[in-house]
Design a protein around this ligand. Structure first.
Ligand SMILES: C[S@@+](CC[C@H](N)C(=O)[O-])C[C@H]1O[C@@H](n2cnc3c(N)ncnc32)[C@H](O)[C@@H]1O
Length: 217
């Protein structure tokens, strides 16, 4: 088993092989949205996604292997990537719902200003609800202001967003896995809420940012 409460500067497909079967209590993860494939500065076509499909096939099958039976997974995504991820994910997990993250704020966007993203809520096998029956599938949480110099990552998520996932679907002492930890938001949320974490980040620059963030807590 990999040491817990550590992040690893590694491709998650390599790192996850060292995690034993059914040892993870919750997965919280935020993969690249794979919408920027470009050719000559133009948006790539939908078919370009065939290049990343094998990656997600392996990843989701490995995530299923390491997750405990009945445990939950939250995957950040958006309206462009969701239709691509859904059929691959469905082979391995139950998908009881799709959460809309309402920014409570607006970003850029010429045809209706962007103000939401998606979070796929998936389960390995069956699970009884572990959160209040009044919980809605629309979460109003302010995003990071990407124009501020204090931002750590272009795709940085607010700690409050990850905290909600932790509080709804894990208990103190649980082990939480984030395969794309970026600036370390999941680690910060885990430390603040007495959860253990394992994180992977392939980019050395972001790995160092995440490591500094953890050290400073
Ligand atoms: C959407 S960002 C995550 C941002 C993070 N939630 C935060 O709050 O900072 C996705 C991250 O995954 C990393 N990444 C991409 N491919 C990876 C891989 N195969 N293994 C591990 N990390 C990877 C990228 O470098 C990027 O930092």
């Amino acid at each position: 088993m990999l040491e817990i409460n550590k992040i690893y500067n590694q491709n998650c497909l390599e790192g996850i092989k060292k995690i034993e079967d059914e040892t993870i209590d919750l997965i919280v993860t935020d993969p690249p949205y794979c919408i920027g494939t470009t050719s000559n500065g133009k948006q790539g076509t939908w078919n370009d996604n065939n290049l990343v499909e094998p990656f997600f096939e392996i990843l989701f099958s490995e995530l299923k292997r390491v997750l405990k039976d009945g445990a939950a997974m939250y995957i950040n995504t958006d309206w462009r990537t969701y239709p691509f991820l859904y059929p691959i994910l469905k082979k391995y997990f139950e998908i009881p719902n799709l959460i809309v993250w309402d920014y409570e704020w607006i970003k850029c966007g010429g045809q209706y200003r962007f103000s939401h993203e998606f979070i796929i809520y998936a389960i390995k096998g069956k699970r009884k609800r572990t959160f209040s029956a009044s919980e809605r599938d629309v979460w109003r949480i302010k995003p990071i202001n990407y124009t501020l110099p204090t931002k750590l990552h272009n795709a940085q998520k607010p700690v409050a967003l990850v905290e909600k996932m932790l509080l709804n679907s894990s208990v103190e002492g649980d082990v939480v896995l984030d395969t794309f930890i970026g600036s370390g938001t999941t680690a910060e949320a885990c430390i603040r809420n007495n959860r253990n974490y394992i994180g992977f980040e392939i980019d050395e620059h972001y790995y160092k940012i995440a490591q500094d963030r953890i050290n400073n807590l």
